[in-house]
Design a protein around this ligand. Sequence first.
Ligand code: PLP
Length: 360
Amino acid sequence: MLNFTVGPVQMSESVCRLGADQVPYFRTPEFSQVMLENERMLLELASAPAGSRAVFLTASSTGAMEASVMNTLSAADRALVVDGGSFGHRFVQLLEIHGIPHEVITLAPGESLRTEHLAPYEGAGITAFLINADETSTGTFYDMGLVADFCAREDAFFIVDAVSAFLTDAVPMDELGIDVLITGSQKALAVPPGVSVVALAPRGLDRVAASGVRCMYFNLADALKNGERGQTPFTPAVGILLQVNQRLRDLVEAGGTQAELKRAAALAADFRERIQGMPFTLLSESPANGVTALAVGEGISAKELFSRLKDEHGIWICPNGGELAETVFRVGHMGALTPADNEALVTALGQVLSALEAGE
Ligand SMILES: *Cc1c(COP(=O)(O)O)cnc(C)c1O
């Protein structure tokens, strides 16, 4: 299987090998050591400011989004959230469910965020800002500098869902003044699904400490306290956390975030170059490095492209859901993929398109 979906993604051999091992008992000094290392390496790769902490939740990334909302925001906030696709919309739903007053900036699929979208909220008492750095459903990487400046001017608490942007596009916590950075195991981290991460800068930690959240499993103060000794309140996804450890070590050894960002950008550019002349157009005005969303030409079904690549070539691209299901597909550039893999995909795409044209 060659995996170009947006998660789970293609995993390295070193990560796959670990998946075949027995899973050890975890209330041990050895596992605590692994967890302390995971936290340290994750914060380093996220360029987190001094005094930051990270918790690893055994939950998909939506769990980390919900935990962030519940543990750092309250009815006293006035949040501003960007809804430019299904993941932005998820933040809106979470704010609604948890009773956080909020305003929504709604963008068309693939539309970039611009100064004029923020203008109505200047000096309007916004206390928190939520955004998906890369809106994975449309492959759009938002202008994070624009948002960071807004948050600094308005003194707004800054929550960034970097589930697909972490390690593919630049989201340095220190430079951008990010208070909460969210990511997950099965996207650019390229290990199996099941673990998500909430990285908290000092201001995020202050909000968690003051929150008094009424929830047992998603109590971040409890997770942080246990994390001081490299442990978790409840049984974590031990096997996946060992794979996270391997992957983080591999990343650090290969030159850290800068080297990985360069690799991701080159891989995305290589793919976009190879599909020149094919009947596809980029959906996004500001394409992310982690994923390319493509609108298909007249008479082509995106869903059928997905099925035929999977069934006839063993290559998985990512179908879109909802309204875009027939017209848009996505190609991920996350995980252990190479330009040679891009070549294999584009060759197969060409064959499927020819077959479709010939009515086969
Ligand atoms: C994948 C993803 C999520 C979370 O998805 P889960 O299915 O809960 O892991 C959240 N935000 C973004 C931007 C994503 O790409």
